[in-house]
Design a protein around this ligand. Sequence first.
Ligand code: GNR
Ligand code: NI
Length: 171
Amino acid sequence: MAILDIIVAPDPRLKITAKAVKAVDDDVRALMDDMLESMHVANGIGLAAPQVGDSRRVIVVDISRAEEEPDPIRMANPELLWVSDEEGNHEEGCLSLPEQYAEVERPESIRVRYLDRSGEEQELDATGMLATCIQHEMDHLDGILFVDHISSLKRKMILRKLSKAKKMATA
Ligand code: GNR
Ligand code: NI
């Protein structure tokens, strides 16, 4: 197991369209496990492979609270089979946009198909925060960040802040 560094925006690696996994082999399983460990260390509820510099279509999610049983979900090649007409607004954050938050409108419920840790095809129905988090992670696989769903004024404010913070850090 290894703790992977999480890439912070702005960074071209967050804009790449990730490639489908051909098979869930030991290498993909190790990536999934390292991502879950890295996500927990960073206190996140989801993580997508591009955030750790790996452009394969792999995401992990665990929305359980600290006092609850862990509920880790590992997905390769996730695909939306259905989204509800009903939309919901939830406040989102992103480990690649540290300390930035905004309300994002997305379908409230989804059905997703994916390959699990054993390479078996699975389908999952999700609603509320779980549905939000899965959609947020799937967006990362297409180079999309939650700020791409909000007004351009808010997006520019957030990206400018992070760009300045990076310049300060590297000066
Ligand atoms: O930790 C995270 N919290 C979060 C809150 C609301 C909606 C989505 C998320 S995902 C985020 C971790 C992350 O950046 N995943 O890509
Ligand atoms: Ni994110």
